[in-house]
Design a protein around this ligand. Sequence first.
Ligand code: SAH
Ligand code: SF4
Ligand code: F3S
Length: 471
Amino acid sequence: METRTTRISPADVTRQREFCEKIAERNAALAAESLAFVDTYGCQQNEADSERIRGYLRAMGYGFTDDENAADVIVINTCAIREHAEDRVFGNIGALVHAKRRHPGQIICLCGCMAQEPWVAEKIKQSYRHVDLVFGPHALWRFPELFYRVYTRRGRVFENADEPGSIAEGVPLVRQNGVKAWVSIMYGCNNFCTYCIVPYVRGRERSRLPEDVLSECRELAEAGYKEITLLGQNVNSYGKDLGLSMDFADLLRAVNDIPGEFLIRFMTSHPKDASQKLFETMAQCEKVAPVFHLPFQSGNDRVLKAMNRHYDRAVYLDKVRRLREQIPDVVITSDVIVGFPGETTAEFEDTLSLVEEVGFDALFTFIFSPRKGTPAAEMDDPMPMAEKKANFQRLVDAQNAISAQKHAAYIGKTIRCLIDGVCQEEGFVLTARTPGNRLVRVEAGEEALIGTYRDVEITGANTWSLWGRLK
Ligand code: SAH
Ligand code: SF4
Ligand code: F3S
């Protein structure tokens, strides 16, 4: 699917910054600092979007808080991937009625993937009248302009027109973390897996220009970031819309060539586009972490076809084999859906056997959740939820045993890890990540080590994490 990407002009982004300045002038005239609370749900793409929302808010003169009662502005950046995610958001927005009653001047904004769904915007309009501004991912770059309308006129604003999507460079950012950074390399998705809402709410695939991605990565390396994660719904199709000769593997190599001590991660990859060239490039690039998140969704060919995934079990297993041929100790993680409409327990057994056969280091398991507007939501779904849950539990048990076994194999090894935070659990002081992104809880050490690579001897492990001590 070839699309022509709309690039927002620098003048249009400058205009947004001018709205920020106007708001900043008014905020500066107030007695106390104005505060904003940005609450993020969903995937890393949403985390990255929230960094841009914070960037704009800071340019408007807001400081940040995590307390909804102290906030003058609340922005809820939502996820629509499963019903459970949406239910949580509706529950939380409902509860904000109380915060707003105590603080009538408070501005409440709802954005992200749910906000792009027409039925959600309608429900907010009718039943959640304390929400002032609703805007989808397509309108994010125009947040200051939309916010200014609410800020000055106090009318409600709804902005979620459907569009293929655009790319805006030059939006300010406040990064959440000084050690690890997200870099979006592309937006949207063209794959239309039959269960998935993402293509409807995030628009068509569109890639940032390589020079924009590379200059952002260069700045991060110069600023001392130790980990850069390249983000997209399907990073393997990077560049296809640009008509350039550069593909994702070439981009990875170009990021790898940037001087500095940092690791490169990326997500997510679609198996149909994960190429031999990519596996070879990863093996050759010393900064690219030896880890691959490769969602398989189902181990059964009929179900994969009904999901519109464009690969079968044999192709998937062959990709895993070729990846391991290039990087023998690669950490492989995946996503899987149990209870897709029409999936029988016999078909589910194929998913279970694929999990046993591959031996993933970790697996993200989901029960199918019908999403309004997607083809799968209209399919016959005769299996009772109790049977889906029983199958789901069998899968989780099988994976837990595999993860525990994989983790146990780390005991006694010394691994160079990135110290990335303070550990909240008793008996540990720091958290660290192996190059394969396994969590390590570290017994002792100074907080000053956060943001450095250190050798950690692994002394224990369970299904979910490792623990150890600094060498
Ligand atoms: N772009 C990524 C996935 C993003 S969504 C990719 O293609 O790999 C993350 C995961 O949520 C998916 O991999 C899938 O396993 C799960 N998921 C998506 N839609 C779902 C639905 N309707 N019900 C249950 N799980 C779903
Ligand atoms: Fe959804 Fe499929 Fe696109 Fe992933 S590749 S975002 S699962 S449509
Ligand atoms: Fe959710 Fe949107 Fe990400 S639906 S998973 S936040 S792209």
